[in-house]
Design a protein around this ligand. Sequence first.
Ligand SMILES: Cc1cc2nc3c(=O)[nH]c(=O)nc-3n(C[C@H](O)[C@H](O)[C@H](O)COP(=O)(O)O)c2cc1C
Ligand SMILES: [Fe+2]
Ligand SMILES: [Fe+2]
Length: 399
Amino acid sequence: MKQAIPICEHMYWVGVHDFNCRHFHGNMFPIEDGATYNSYLIVDEQITVIDTVEEEFIDIMLERIQSVIGDRPVDNIIVQHGEPDHSGGFLKFMQVYPNAQPYASNAGVNIMMKQYFKDFDYKKVKTMDEICTGGYHLTFIEMPLIHWPDNMMTYVKEANILFSNDAFGQHIAGYDLFDDLHSLSKCIEKAKEYYANIVMPYGERVEKKLKEILALQLPIKMIAPSHGVIWRTYIQELLDAYMEFATFAGKDKVVIIYESIWRHTQKMAEALAEGIGTNGVSVKVYKESITSSTLMMKEILDAKAVLIGSGCYNNDMASNISGLLAKLKTCHIKGKKALGFGSYGWFGKTVFNINEKLSEAGFTLFDEETLSINYTPSENDLNRYIEIGEHIANAIKKQ
Ligand SMILES: Cc1cc2nc3c(=O)[nH]c(=O)nc-3n(C[C@H](O)[C@H](O)[C@H](O)COP(=O)(O)O)c2cc1C
Ligand SMILES: [Fe+2]
Ligand SMILES: [Fe+2]
């Protein structure tokens, strides 16, 4: 029988591992090392469960719950977020615990009804609404559009624990459930990857919500998210990192992403990288079609600039580069610089189009010549790109 894992007095992790997960949320976000869907059990005069799990794993979650409460019924189920990775098991859960009282935000009830077509007599809750389960008080904090309209967190003041749902999540799958069983750098890097791919478009709201939560001065001993490890030691570092993510704070780093068939654009990318990387600014270089989108988004989040390149194919940039630019536009990125580059045969407008899309996505263009080459860049051209890389590095260091 699968067991619940205690996280503090009267509270348990009753989540599941998805060790084989390589594509989080359908095929959108490749990950390398599995994921968890975390669900939590609070055993008090009333028994409460916070979030369920993906539908295919619900039996494991129920087993973990029963390993603690046996035949006792669950009294409350908190639906912090209606996305199926946390609500897919809800119908089965309600079959097993038909008398459990579901709580959700107003938007959450709407989403649950639209997805599962069944009214479970939800109680709608708002920020600072509270329920008492006996010895514990659960206070709800809505965080609309971080990242769906319905996301909310639950704070338990007697235990100083914040159940944060998707916020502060990461993909670390294992039985080492706490942050300090891993290195600080690994935990923050994984939180960054998760943020960059799921939460990044909502930076402004994240910044506002973080300030709002900090202003409440809630003592927080533990942050228990709905994916990955539970934070109990690196909490301050995590909050500082989230503030940096939310404000798109950049390091002295440039990310170069390109697509190239005959390696002409690739040569340009590599010359620019040489000029940047040998002048005191870190540089990452990725050929888009063979690189994980999750990795590229993570690297863009804390870079000061991105350079996007493409050869010209059928009078346009490569379709994957066009897709990347469209995606960047949805991310509402602030305060970063950019520039396009590329090689063409008989239609010289591609780089102009890349630059236009970078501007539309909110990047400020570097004040350099249009980096467009007809067919193969010559030795002279490449030396010029190394120099332009140096200019870019100098501009970055001043920024
Ligand atoms: C499938 C294909 C389609 C192309 N279509 C165009 C085109 O419509 N207009 C153009 O100016 N060049 C076109 N070209 C020429 C390329 O833009 C040129 O070879 C360029 O140097 C390729 O850069 P790359 O080596 O980085 O792929 C095409 C090349 C390929 C392979
Ligand atoms: Fe979500
Ligand atoms: Fe999630």
